[in-house]
Design a binder for this molecule. Structure first.
Ligand SMILES: Nc1nc2c(c(=O)[nH]1)N[C@H]1C(S)=C(S)[C@@H](COP(=O)(O)O)O[C@H]1N2
Ligand SMILES: [Mo]
Length: 165
């Protein structure tokens, strides 16, 4: 398989596939702000590569969202991301590739077991389809509380940066 991949990368026809593979490796999640653990102390940055993200405890939530049918989303509980980064503070700002951002109270994380998902039904979320990361609340478990416009605004897709405040 590895040989095939290598040969494939050498052929022009497979250039797009290889570009995709590279993009997958470049999918990083940047954590900044009120944190105590850094991958780049000088810049006070904690950057998670896909491998680093995968090495954190993995959790999943099975739910529908307003945009997706019932599916199992998996990734890292926001509580575990807080532990991994030594984050403090009462809220976070979630930022997305499309410049959307929303503020979420840290109290939501324990209350609902919110996860930052990388996979939907075992497939990595593509950038053009809710990826690279998607904030998931257990909407089906709390249909009333998690279907309000305020709650829906917190299901951020295309997440690439999280700032602890
Ligand atoms: N990346 C990203 N996530 C997002 C949004 C967005 O514009 N970009 N909109 C939010 C808001 S305000 C709501 S209500 C829901 C649904 O957005 P929609 O009504 O544009 O589908 O997704 C949330 N997540
Ligand atoms: Mo919204």
């Amino acid at each position: 398989m590895r040989i095939f991949k290598l040969l494939g990368c050498l052929s022009v026809a497979a250039a797009l596939v290889c570009a995709n593979a590279t993009a997958e490796q470049a999918v990083t999640l940047e954590v900044i702000g009120n944190i105590k653990t850094f991958t780049d102390p000088a810049k006070r940055l904690f950057v998670l590569t896909p491998a680093h993200f995968q090495a954190l405890p993995q959790s999943s939530i099975t739910t529908a969202t307003s945009w997706t049918p019932v599916a199992t989303f998996s990734g890292v509980r926001m509580d575990d991301l807080i532990k991994a980064t030594g984050a403090q503070g009462n809220y976070v700002e979630i930022h997305a590739l499309d410049d959307y951002s929303v503020r979420i109270s840290v109290s939501d994380f324990r209350k609902y077991g919110v996860i930052i998902a990388r996979y939907m039904n075992g497939q990595p979320l593509p950038r053009n389809g809710f990826g690279p990361y998607f904030i998931i609340y257990p909407k089906d478990k709390y249909p009333r509380e998690l279907s309000t416009p305020t709650a829906e605004a917190k299901f951020v897709w295309q997440v690439n940066r999280i700032e602890f405040k």
